[in-house]
Structure formats: C-alpha cells, structure tokens
Design a protein around this ligand. Structure first.
Ligand code: GLO
Ligand code: MG
Length: 348
C-alpha cells in the first residue's frame, strides 16, 4: 500500500438536494433541475454522482432499451462536460405500482419479473454511464407483518435475482446497502453481515459486496465504524453513505458528525486505516437538509458533512499513536477515553 495519504473523493446523489417534503407535509423549496444540480458538484468539492436509474433516465419504464441507452449516453456527456463521474446506479424498486409488495421478493411472480427486468435496464445505464457499480438498497424486500411472506424463500429469491444480474453483464459489481427498517417493519437484509453472507453465496462472490450507511447501522443498534471494519476485513466495503442519526427514530439522514462527533471520528478512522478510497472508492454522503432550510442554503448540509469529514480526518492523522499505544498497553482505558475526548475537543 502506498504511504502517500489517501486523497478522498466525495459523492452524493441528486436526491440529496431536495425540496423538503416529509410524510406529514409537502415540499417547502422549489425544485432544481438535474442540470443545475450537476453544476453545484465541483463548487462544493464533489467529484462523483450517485444515481437512481430514473435520476439518469426519467420515465424509463415507458422507454425501449435502445431509447434508455441513448438517454443515458446523453447524461454521460453532461457528466463529462462538468468533469464528473458516475459512482453508481441503483434500481429504484420502491416507487412503481409493480413494487408495492416488494421487488425481488414480491409474492406475485409477474412483479418479481418486473423487478428483474428493471434491474437489467439499470445495468444498461451503468454501462452507458461508464461506471461499474450497482447499489441495491432493498427498500421493500421485507414485510409489514411476518405472515405476509416466507422469509426463507425470500432469501432464495434475492439470491436468484443477484445471480441473474451477475449473468446479464459480467463487467459490473453489486453493493448491497442494508437497512433494518423503513419503509418496512422488518427488512430481510438488515445489516452488512446479512449482505456479506448473501454475497458469498452468489455465483460470483467477488462481484458482490456492500455499501454501509451510518444511519442504517445505528437504526440496527450497531456501531457504524465496527460495521465498516467488518466489511473492510472482507474486502467488501465498496461505498459508504456517511450521515448521522440521533437515536432510534425515523431515518434522519443528518449531516455527517452532526449528532455524535466521536462516533463520526471512529468511522473516519476505520476508513482511513482500512485503506478505504485507495481503489477509487468514494466517500458518499447521504444527507438531507432540514425542512426549515431556506432555498439559498439547500446545499449547506453537503458542504458541512464534507467539512466535518475532513476536519475529523485531521484529528485521525494527528492522533498521538505512541500515547494511545502506551495507554492501551497499560490497560488504562479511562486515560485513553480522556485522551480521545480531549483530542477531539482540541485540548490535546
Ligand atoms: C434510504 C437509502 C437511500 C439509498 C438510495 C440509493 O434510506 O439510504 O437513500 O441510499 O436510494 O439506493
Ligand atoms: Mg443511503
């Protein structure tokens, strides 16, 4: 591994500049076109764009594969024009009338087939955008009530879907983004452990890995830095959605580090020490502006999250490793805690 410090590249998706609607109220900010959003990336210090398939090709269900490919090529030209690259494309399998009961795990075989076909189109878009990563956030692959689906069979269906996608095109990889709940009461792939176990069962395990979102790990009652470390040890952390979450409530997508600075510090540390980013992985930020945010401030949450990441990176790089090792060797974890907290507070 090179001894040069990692030069991190940042990414976000167009949905991270949004209009502020929530389940209890309508939008509060005027929409911004995709072309205008693209212009903001470089200004904010971002190089990568994350996509849903229909962010790249709106209304793709009504288009032929050839039309989809042509539209995706036009988006590629827009990215090239801005000096940006696509990080990944995710099939949006949670908005269509066909995916009310889930995508790959819907009880109706026709709806499961829709999910597979839609995923093939997503892979076509991946190819045209010149990236090699699909993110699978398995939003509706779970249940509201246990009795509605067969949980064991659902796992087989998920595996079958992954294998079909891997066979459809051999030039791309799949990163599963686990989340334990929301919109479902209970999701079938709630943690990175579940995702990685599924990856090893795939026809080509080397092409299936994971994306870890901080808030999703916290919602599962887990520590995101330990989850990231687990995936890194398997060589399967291919993307991250850094953000923050203030306890067990709805998925808040707060700015990275905004709720718990020490927990954020430990995530940056695990990424830095695990060599994350050295194979081109992006530091993705899946953050939402507060609903109270005015239109003119609607990218502050992105700028803040990036700034907090870089400030914490500095804290990681300036940590006194000798001092830390001595405290660990003495099993003086109280002393270690004091050192870490004071280091974060700028006292040491
Ligand atoms: C929602 C997810 C979502 C995904 C995105 C990419 O909780 O975090 O934002 O990351 O749709 O698939
Ligand atoms: Mg996410």
């Amino acid at each position: 591994m090179s001894t040069q410090p990692t030069k991190y590249r940042f990414s976000f998706g167009p949905w991270n500049i949004h209009e502020g609607a929530d389940p209890f109220g309508p939008t509060v900010r005027t929409p911004i076109s995709f072309a205008r959003k693209l212009k903001l990336y470089k200004k904010l210090g971002f190089d990568g764009v994350q996509f849903h398939d229909d962010d790249a090709v709106p209304g793709l269900d009504k288009l032929t594969p050839a039309q989809i490919a042509a539209k995706a090529r036009a988006v590629r030209r827009m990215l090239d024009g801005e000096g940006l690259v696509a990080e990944f494309v995710a099939p949006r399998l949670w908005e269509s009338p066909h995916t009310i009961d889930g995508g790959y795990t819907a009880n109706c075989p026709k709806e499961r087939q829709y999910a597979i076909e839609r995923s093939y189109r997503c892979i076509d878009i991946i190819r045209e955008l010149g990236c090699d990563l699909m993110v699978l956030w398995l939003a509706r692959e779970g249940t509201y009530i246990r009795e509605a689906k067969n949980a064991r069979v659902a796992v087989e269906w998920l595996l079958e879907a992954i294998n079909k996608m891997l066979a459809y095109d051999r030039g791309f990889r799949i990163a599963i983004e686990p989340k334990p709940n929301e919109p479902m009461d209970h999701a079938y792939i709630p943690t990175i452990g579940h995702a990685i176990a599924l990856a090893y069962r795939a026809d080509d395990p080397s092409r299936v890995g994971g994306l870890i979102e901080s808030a999703h790990a916290i919602l599962a009652g887990l520590d995101p830095s330990d989850e990231m470390a687990y995936a890194l040890s398997h060589g399967k952390l291919w993307s991250v959605h850094l953000n923050d979450q203030n306890g067990l409530k709805f998925d808040e997508d707060k700015s990275f580090g905004a709720a718990d600075l020490r927990r954020a510090f430990n995530q940056v540390r695990v990424l830095e020490e695990g060599g994350y980013g050295r194979n081109g992985e992006f530091v993705g930020l899946d953050v939402k502006a507060m609903r109270t945010t005015k239109l003119a401030d609607n990218t502050k949450h992105l700028a803040n999250s990036r700034a907090f990441f870089l400030a914490l990176l500095e804290k990681v790089r300036t940590l006194n490793r000798k001092k830390e090792a001595a405290l660990i060797a003495a099993r003086d974890y109280e002393g270690l805690e004091r050192y870490i907290v004071e280091h974060l507070m700028g006292l040491r």
